[in-house]
Design a binder for this molecule. Structure first.
Ligand code: 23J
Ligand code: MN
Length: 261
């Protein structure tokens, strides 16, 4: 099929002809939970929104808001420049990453059972290889999405899941990040939790291994995703372009999945 036919059949499929669009994005508002770092570091401010005018004397026929937030707020994109290990790549920021790298097939790793009994569950190479034995090898330039049902924790305290020793949320074993980045050459990973690393990852070796090693391999992250339970293990396409912030380390974004059926 040529490009014209492919896009024509996609248009038909989107119009009720067999492809659904699923929104993987969390609502963005002042109560949206944000990452808390260890206390010695600068903290992530909550999302702020302020009315500029609302059909009133400040603007009689129009409504608009002013917004303020950190780049890593709510459902958001992590660019390689976000971490010191990724700072020297070319085209490593939100405005310079080649746009075709924002779109790719999804491989959805389902660890809902494991996370139910262990909020600190970590994906290992073995877990990925077991998934591949059932669903096939993770293709290059795919988004690897970690389904945990964590997004169903709608109370911010349950979502952040803090204890005295810091947050307890699932993530990635350090060794599986070079495996995904180099041996599978993925675009990046996406998670349902507030950040791509596990809650306890500040104490891992290396610290924040997903950020350190994924961005160190010029790959991306997507955090605070939802509705991963509406995706098949393979066969969906993810569309995740961040805002074109000049030199940006990431941005809140809308993440969409095209899903067969
Ligand atoms: C800022 C500093 C360190 C980290 C993070 C943000 C994230 O987890 C993030 O949202 O990228 S580790
Ligand atoms: Mn981030």
């Amino acid at each position: 099929m040529n490009g014209i036919d492919i896009l024509a059949s996609l248009t038909g499929a989107l119009g009720g002809g067999g492809v659904r669009v699923v929104d993987l994005t969390q609502p963005l508002e002042p109560k949206t939970p944000v990452l808390q770092l260890p206390p010695e570091f600068v903290q992530n401010p909550p999302f702020e929104i302020e009315v500029l005018s609302k059909y009133d004397e400040r603007g009689p026929a129009w409504y608009w808001n002013k917004i303020k937030c950190g780049e890593h707020t709510g459902t958001h994109f992590d660019a390689p420049i976000h971490f010191v290990t990724g700072k020297d790549y070319e085209n490593n920021a939100t405005d310079t990453i080649p746009v075709e790298r924002f779109i790719g097939p999804a491989c959805v790793l389902d660890a809902t059972k494991e996370v139910e009994s262990d909020p600190d569950f970590l994906v290992t190479i073995e877990f990925i290889k077991t998934w591949e034995a059932e669903h096939g090898k993770i293709p290059p330039d795919s988004w690897v999405l970690f389904r945990t049902n964590w997004s169903k924790r709608t109370d911010p305290a349950d979502f952040l899941n803090f204890a005295e020793d810091g947050p307890h949320t699932p993530g990635w074993d350090a060794a599986c990040i070079p495996f995904l980045a180099e041996e599978r050459d993925i675009l990046g990973v996406g998670v349902e939790t507030v950040g791509t690393d596990a809650g306890q990852a500040f104490a891992f070796e290396p610290a924040f291994p997903c950020h350190t090693l994924m961005h160190g391999a010029n790959k991306f992250g997507l955090a605070s995703l939802t509705n991963l339970d509406q995706l098949p293990p393979t066969g969906a396409i993810i569309i995740a372009p961040p805002l074109k912030i000049v030199g940006g380390s990431g941005s809140p974004l809308r993440v969409l999945a095209l899903v067969p059926g």
